[in-house]
Design a protein around this ligand. Structure first.
Ligand SMILES: [Zn+2]
Ligand SMILES: [Zn+2]
Length: 421
């Protein structure tokens, strides 16, 4: 079982000195304004003068790469939340790409993120920290100003990051880190590639980061509420591909250290897809998922499906997702955890039935359930899939039964949903 890292790894325990995340003032930031202003200015004027389809294609591909591998995987899922393990060289490469977004250095980004995270979980916090004003006012604040709290909470970084020489170097030189790609792009395609591949990319990345941050705290769907929090995260489905999965922000507020952000069926999460590929390639080992995290009493499921889930935080899979889980068991190496109600079905008996790939245990569920990575399968299909995991022969045989078992379960779920609570 992977050991999940603590959600609050970089902040002082609130009983020491919680600080005050309310009192403070927003001040114009010359540095931020100059940085974004000059990038946006060059991108607008230079971009119009040097436009070509190849420059536009370059812009789209480098922006996508930097957001996916750099910001989402390197900065957010690895550096900030430590939600997976990978070799140090890969971590450095991903975080270096994250610095290329042009938001700040890695340590500054970690501090900003953790201050915001901490503040948003308090009962109230400064509107700057919860994107609490109108769209335009928030844009002015986040892009051109900074918040100066009177008594900021003390954010203590883990020594592994604070003492890391590479991260300290990037922190001092994060703006200059745009020079190596700029030189490379100049050699490849002249000024057009520099304007589109550096200035337009930074403008889009920084402005997009703010825009998603604004909507992800004001508009969009919710699966969970964090009781007592100053602001709730929101899921914005249509930007999931553009943001590499980062816009499943309600899921992120509910399960901050989960490496997977799109948790429910149909929630596209490109960052997660890449992590799964990296794990296949042997480059990523531990991956923390929502089910690995300790239960949070303040977390309240809003969807009926999730609330009925018996505490695993994930809704039961539908017919198609159950079949997909069958394929994953047959062809891949998903993690498999079987939870029994504890009556009639002793875990030891189940373990004999399902073989060694399935981790049996965790009683107390209302019904038998098998968790295949993050897909929760209940009832008869769970038993069939458990047996399928024994080996290729039983797997093929069990998968023949699976459609019927899944159909029965769907009927049962539909009947259950039709019953008033
Ligand atoms: Zn948030
Ligand atoms: Zn986060």
């Amino acid at each position: 079982m992977p050991q999940p890292p603590s959600d609050y790894r970089s902040i002082t325990a609130p009983d020491e000195d919680p600080g005050d995340v309310n009192a403070g003032r927003v001040a114009w930031s010359p540095l931020k304004s100059l940085w974004l202003g000059s990038m946006a200015g060059v991108a607008l004027v230079g971009g119009a003068l040097t436009f070509s389809w190849s420059a536009l294609a370059l812009f789209a591909s480098v922006t996508g790469m930097v957001l996916l591998l750099g910001h989402s995987l390197g900065s957010h899922r690895k550096l900030i939340h430590n939600s997976f393990d990978c070799p140090k060289w890969l971590e450095y490469l991903l975080v270096y790409l994250g610095v290329q977004v042009g938001l700040s250095g890695p340590i500054g980004l970690l501090r900003q993120h953790d201050l915001r995270d901490y503040a948003q979980r308090q009962e109230d916090c400064h509107p700057y920290l919860r994107h609490g004003r109108t769209l335009l006012a928030d844009g002015w604040w986040q892009l051109f100003c900074e918040l100066r709290l009177d008594r900021p909470p003390r954010i203590e970084l883990s020594a592994a990051i604070a003492q890391d020489r590479f991260y300290r170097f990037l922190e001092r030189t994060w703006m200059l880190q745009q020079l190596p790609p700029a030189v490379l792009l100049y050699l490849l395609g002249g000024w057009a590639f520099v304007v589109w591949g550096v200035c337009a990319r930074i403008t889009a990345g920084v402005a997009g980061h703010w825009l998603i941050g604004y909507f992800a705290h004001n508009h969009g769907g919710m699966h969970h509420a964090v009781d007592g929090a100053a602001v709730q995260g929101r899921n914005i489905g249509w930007t999931s591909l553009l943001t590499m999965g980062e816009s499943w922000h309600n899921n992120h507020h509910a399960f901050p250290s989960s490496a997977r952000l799109g948790l429910y069926p149909g929630e596209w999460d490109p960052g997660w897809w890449v992590l799964v590929c990296l794990r296949r390639a042997g480059l990523v080992t531990r991956i923390t998922q929502a089910r690995d995290l300790p239960p949070r009493p303040e977390l309240r499921a809003l969807d009926v499906r999730i609330a009925n889930d018996g505490g695993s935080g994930l809704p039961a899979a539908g017919w198609m997702a159950t079949l997909r889980a069958g394929w994953t068991i047959l062809l891949g190496r998903p993690s498999l955890a079987l939870h029994a109600p504890g009556i009639n079905l002793a875990p030891a008996k189940l373990a004999r039935l399902c073989g060694s790939r399935v981790e049996c245990g965790g009683t107390g569920q209302a019904r038998l359930q098998l968790v295949v990575d993050t897909t929760v399968v209940r009832g008869l299909p769970a038993v069939v899939l458990g047996i399928a995991a024994r080996g290729p022969m039983t797997g093929a045989a069990a998968l023949l039964l699976l459609p019927a078992a899944a159909a029965l379960e769907s009927v049962r779920a539909a009947l259950e949903a039709a019953e008033p609570a």
